[in-house]
Write a protein that binds this ligand. Structure first.
Ligand code: SF4
Length: 381
């Protein structure tokens, strides 16, 4: 739920009803894949073999699936592993530790994922929708609106693809195995609920059914769709919930996060605490620090009072200014004072690193960059 771009490469596509992509094995559980393979006239165990290549070995090239009969390899892989994401551009920064991937979907929409390497882990930030309908005014993606939900496999494939990039040793100074996934790319994950939950199940199922990640290493971000938060709590999943709060009072949050006009701060936090009680997982409170908008000392104190004693951690996010935007990042002394007040209130607080800024890979920057690239007027601006 941050701010990755959506630019249709086909101007004629605007206004058309969005089409979902072809079915892929990651859309299906193992029995579903077996049924599909059987329909092709192949033995059911072929589903496990192809799944093992995709999830276990991170291989999608039929030529490398040498345990499949040569005569049916292409057909099996073509049916179970249709191309969903076509790489358009890959950019690296932070000395190779951050890599942004821009993908074209089958309908021409563009979405992005970001791979981030750390000494002890590798994290991928993935998109759940093409565009976003939540209209947060400080977010570049929010300005473009929603084109469509991604399919389960389009979501999963971002992680699998970048797991392969990490496994190739391309992320400097990090372990080769993808360990963490955050749903903080383009879109509001809980607005694409069933596909996102299915994607989580694929990501955590052991190979060959899925990618075998730990549930505790998956974070789902939301602006606060209360019924969906409550539903997620009942899924018997131990994923981390990240709540994009951005303001502790309804007056400001109504403006910064328009969905607050439907579910107020108190309702959203109640749902978050119920989620923490049910799952035992600490809720991450995301708060973009916006200069002279939400960074006043009294708002830090109010936030501290709302969160004191709760199973919560505050993640302050230095806003990524987008060209031409009226929003700017809070000055560092203001940020430090905000942190101090929260900590004095007994609230665990950190400031998120600004990975990816050089490549417009951090929140709120990518759509702006794409617009610059595609708008001829930008050249003279
Ligand atoms: S939920 Fe808001 S901040 Fe997140 S992508 Fe959508 S518009 Fe942007």
């Amino acid at each position: 739920m941050t701010s990755l771009p959506l630019i249709s490469v086909d101007p004629d596509a605007r206004g058309r009803r969005p089409a979902m992509p072809p079915c892929h094995l990651a859309d299906l559980d193992l029995p579903g894949r077996q049924a599909l393979v059987t329909e092709l006239g192949e033995p059911a165990f072929r589903a496990k073999q192809v799944s093992n290549h995709y999830f276990g070995r991170l291989v999608r090239d039929p030529a490398q699936m040498t345990d499949l009969p040569a005569a049916t390899r292409e057909r099996l892989a073509g049916t179970l592993l249709p191309t969903l994401l076509t790489p358009v551009r890959e950019l690296a920064c932070d000395d190779g530790a951050t890599r942004k991937a821009l993908w074209r979907l089958h309908d021409g929409s563009l979405v992005e994922s970001v791979l981030m390497g750390y000494p002890d882990r590798v994290t991928v930030c993935i998109s759940s929708q093409a565009g976003c309908g939540m209209a947060c005014p400080f977010c570049a993606t929010g300005q473009a609106g929603l084109t469509r939900n991604l399919s389960t496999a389009e979501i999963v494939d971002q992680a699998v693809y970048l797991a392969g990039v990490a496994a190739s040793g391309a992320v400097a100074g990090s372990p080769p195995r993808l360990s963490h996934v955050v749903f903080m790319g383009m879109g509001e994950p809980l607005a694409n609920y069933s596909r996102v939950v299915a994607a989580i199940r694929r990501l955590v199922a052991p190979a060959p059914e899925g990618l075998g990640l730990s549930q505790r290493h998956i974070t789902v971000s939301t602006v606060g769709l209360v019924p969906a938060i409550r539903r997620l709590a009942s899924e018997d999943l131990s994923v981390t919930l990240a709540l994009s709060l951005h303001a502790p009072d309804d007056e400001l949050r109504d403006e910064l996060v328009p969905v607050n006009q439907r579910w107020k701060v108190s309702e959203v936090l109640d749902a978050a605490w119920d989620y923490a009680d049910t799952t035992g997982r600490r809720v991450s409170i995301e708060y973009a620090m916006i200069k002279d908008v939400n960074d006043q000392p009294w708002r830090a104190d109010l936030l501290g009072r709302l969160l004191a004693g709760k199973l919560a951690h505050v993640n302050l996010i230095p806003l990524n200014p987008t060209p031409g935007s009226r929003w700017d990042a809070s000055p560092k002394p203001v940020e430090r004072e905000f942190v101090r007040r929260l900590r004095d209130a007994g609230v665990s607080t950190t400031v998120r690193d600004t990975r990816g800024r050089e490549i417009d890979g951090a929140c709120g920057q990518l759509a702006a960059a794409e617009d610059r690239d595609s708008d001829p007027r930008a050249a003279t601006a």
